[in-house]
Design a binder for this molecule. Structure first.
Ligand code: NAD
Ligand code: UGA
Length: 462
């Protein structure tokens, strides 16, 4: 029997660990929730008034619960010792070297976390029961590895390993956590596994309707997460492939997307053509799926999913090629303004943002770049593009200054504020002919053309 109410901790105070635990603490005021991290600066930021990540609504949730039943700490061992439910929400990036480099998930942080939990349990002969919860996105059967590490090192502790993947999207994380489409809890098909699944599911049932709290076996839960991201990314690559055909034929991708999306079997979401998808997970999770398929002797399945990435790479490249060819095949020495650097609106996150690829391709063509993003810090842009380009980029905090004197503007993130910029004012301060390349289908094309802009917008034949 597990204690009631549970005490909960989380290893990893990142984009997932922080918001997920903050919402859990807000919704369950009687449950003590401790979020831990190895990174002292990150924890200090969580304990300050300027949180380490930007997410609409996050500040209010943290401020309501912090110090009441929500705590941020670097004392990982104390948290493991005290808590029954231990979430592991550490990063699982793509491996950069060794076997499976470029595809397989790097489980270094994950295993170190597992060993740390095992070591703390091993240090005491009468440790209370533990439920270790995979929150990170991991390859199928990773729970086996966690269980093996635990079983080998702490024979005295009663433990269960569950999979509870997270489906929040950045920029809408708080809404997604308050009203998730579903919560998924996978566990071993044993009486003990079932009891642990119910114990965790009961926490979520406090604010998520019971029918939306799904329970499965471990491997289904692990594979569902990779599959969900693969399907979402596949829709974007599919509509982006059609965007190229629209440009060639005179069809309009927004009209096509709308007209297919009203078919309830297809649905309207995730059909916005773009410069390509970014973010820390789509590419890494599909590569992970591809690697798993190869490992399990399914090369045809691997190839099928790999095309989602290949199409995305092509879309980013196609955008940059279009800029160069439209501008008379040379951008050398020309100022190009990048509006939006984050991988999507309402976040300051730049992991795998298409803006990095586009900027690098334009640098290779010797363009000079001015960048404006409402949420991305200057240092982040420098670190993403590399120290060697510092003197070739101008980073501005005002979009009008960023556009002044430019030959072209590239809209790479769908920030709402870009819809209401005074494009006449911008046009008047630009070199002529003035180009605008809209990678998000966000501007009013007719208005911009009437001002005098030469307009390119993804999936529109102009
Ligand atoms: P992140 O890099 O923002 O945060 C991970 C944190 O874990 C870091 O702060 C790091 O210092 C900490 N850490 C590493 N090892 C640790 C240890 N042993 N003990 C304590 N802390 C440790 O990563 P993230 O974006 O929050 O992603 C975490 C996981 O969630 C990944 O597997 C990712 O695929 C998955 N995921 C992410 C999102 C998203 O929107 N970012 C959504 C769903 C799932
Ligand atoms: C995505 C999933 O939506 C989440 O469910 C999942 O939990 C998460 O990955 C994860 O595992 O990390 P996220 O990457 O934060 O969330 O953001 P999305 O809204 O999915 O956008 C991803 C990228 O696709 C962005 O670059 C976005 O601009 C692009 N996109 C999205 C399009 O180009 N077109 C669309 O129609 C939708």
């Amino acid at each position: 029997a597990y204690p009631y109410p549970p005490k909960i901790c989380c290893l990893g105070a990142g984009y997932v660990g922080g918001p997920t635990m903050a919402v859990m603490a807000k919704m369950c005021p009687d449950i003590k929730v401790t979020v831990t991290d190895l990174n002292e600066r990150r924890i200090a930021a969580w304990n300050s008034s300027s949180l380490p990540i930007y997410e609409p609504g996050l500040q209010e949730v943290v401020e309501e619960a912090r110090g009441r039943n929500l705590f941020f700490s670097t004392d990982i061992d104390a948290a493991i010792q005290e808590c029954t439910i231990i979430f592991v929400s550490v990063a699982t990036p793509t491996k950069t070297s060794g076997i499976g480099a470029g595809e397989a998930a790097d489980l270094t942080y994950w295993e170190l976390a597992a060993r740390r939990i095992a070591a703390v349990c091993n240090a005491s002969s009468n440790m209370s029961p533990k439920i270790i919860v995979e929150k990170s996105t991991v390859p199928v059967r990773t729970a086996d590895a966690m269980a093996a590490v635990m079983a080998a090192s702490c024979k005295g502790t009663d433990f269960q390993v569950l999979s509870n993947p997270e489906f929040l999207a950045e920029g809408t994380a708080i809404d997604d956590l308050f009203k998730p489409d579903r919560v998924l809890v996978g566990g071993p098909v044993t009486p003990q596994g079932h009891a642990a699944v119910q114990y965790l599911a009961d926490v979520y049932r406090r604010w998520v309707p019971t029918e939306q709290v799904l329970t499965t076996n471990l491997w289904s839960a692990e594979l569902t997460k990779l599959t969900a991201n693969a399907f979402l990314a596949q829709r974007i690559s599919s509509i982006n492939s059609i965007s190229a055909l629209c440009e060639a034929t005179g069809a309009n991708v927004s009209e096509v997307a709308y007209a297919i999306g009203v078919d309830t079997r297809i649905g309207p979401k995730f059909l916005k053509a773009s410069v390509g998808f970014g973010g820390s997970c789509f590419q890494k999770d599909i590569l992970n799926l591809v690697y798993l398929c190869r490992q399990f002797g399914l090369p045809e399945v691997a190839e099928y999913w790999y095309q989602v990435i290949a199409m995305n790479d092509w879309q980013k490249k196609r955008f940059a090629i279009n800029v160069v060819s439209s501008m008379f095949n040379t951008v050398s020495g020309k100022k190009i303004t990048i509006l939006g650097f984050a991988f999507k609106k309402d976040t300051g996150d730049t992991r795998e943002t298409p803006a990095i690829d586009v900027c690098k391709m334009l640098f290779a063509e010797k363009a000079s770049l001015a960048i404006y993003d409402p949420k991305v810090a200057r240092e982040q842009i420098y670190s993403d593009l590399g120290k060697e380009v510092i003197d070739k980029i101008e980073i501005e905090t005002d979009p009008y200054i960023a556009c002044s004197g430019a030959h072209a503007i590239c809209i790479l993130t769908e920030w709402d504020e870009f819809k209401t910029l005074d494009y006449k004012r911008i046009y008047d301060q630009m070199q002529k002919p003035a180009f605008i390349f809209d990678g998000r289908n966000l501007i009013n094309i007719a208005e911009c053309q009437a001002i005098g802009f030469s307009v390119w917008s993804v999936g529109q034949s102009l």
